[in-house]
Design a protein around this ligand. Structure first.
Ligand code: ADP
Ligand code: MG
Ligand code: MG
Length: 207
């Protein structure tokens, strides 16, 4: 795929939902170590509702798919991750009003997604949050001259490294921050689910 069109956007979100379902247990384990153990179930509940919402949608733009995804996550997920991911998808949706987006347009939309997360959650890189996976993923995705699939694959690898890099960090935002130094030595659950987002993008753009 050279561009993200409406079917690809749908495929991306459905691929995320499948990954979340498959990895629910792992995400919950990660959140049990430094949070309240609900990250997997939060995202699973959210993306199950997203799948149903997309079945009822006849999207006229790439953005319509992502906006509906975001709105659904915000309404269905009580934890911090619902509003954060929900705002990100809504911001990406708002940035993609057309029937397709090229790599640069999609990069700009991803950047709008991260900006929305940072505006809502006020996390800086290094605070041990989703921002620590999104930030390196976007840097990798934005490399000029890459195809869409190569950019997405590089972003997924960078997100994975971002997750590993959260291990030695002390959390400064979200529930894990209540643990103080005891949050050190564990990967951030939200960073891990962000890796799933970019892995899903890599798979559907390569297909
Ligand atoms: P909750 O913490 O409300 O139970 P989840 O378990 O679903 O919600 O999500 C936890 C994840 O949310 C954390 O691992 C972290 O990545 C992310 N997170 C929490 N607070 C913030 C924030 N202020 N900014 C960015 N990400 C955050
Ligand atoms: Mg939690
Ligand atoms: Mg919770």
């Amino acid at each position: 795929h050279d561009t993200v069109d409406i079917p690809l956007a749908l495929a991306w979100v459905r691929e995320i939902a499948a990954a979340v379902e498959q990895q629910e247990g792992r995400l919950t384990e990660l959140d049990s170590a430094i949070g309240d153990g609900d990250h997997g179930s939060n995202l699973r509940r959210g993306f199950t509702a997203v799948l149903a919402a997309l079945d009822d949608l006849t999207p006229a733009s790439v953005g319509a798919v992502l906006t509906r995804t975001g709105t659904t996550l915000i309404s269905k997920v009580g934890g911090a991750s619902g509003p954060l991911y929900g705002s990100a998808f809504r911001a990406m949706g708002a940035a993609l009003p057309g029937e397709r987006a090229d790599r640069a347009e999609f990069a700009a939309a991803l950047a709008a997604g991260l900006a929305a997360i940072r505006k809502l959650g006020a996390a800086e890189p290094g605070d041990k949050t989703v921002v620590d996976a999104w930030t390196p993923a976007l840097a990798a995705f934005g490399q000029p001259d890459a195809t869409l699939a190569a950019a997405a694959s590089a972003a997924a690898e960078a997100a994975a490294q971002g997750v590993r890099d959260t291990v030695p960090l002390q959390a400064r935002k979200g529930r894990a921050s209540y643990l103080g130094p005891r949050s050190i030595g564990h990967p951030d659950p939200g960073a891990a689910s962000t890796e799933l987002l970019f892995q899903a993008l890599a798979r559907v753009t390569a297909a």
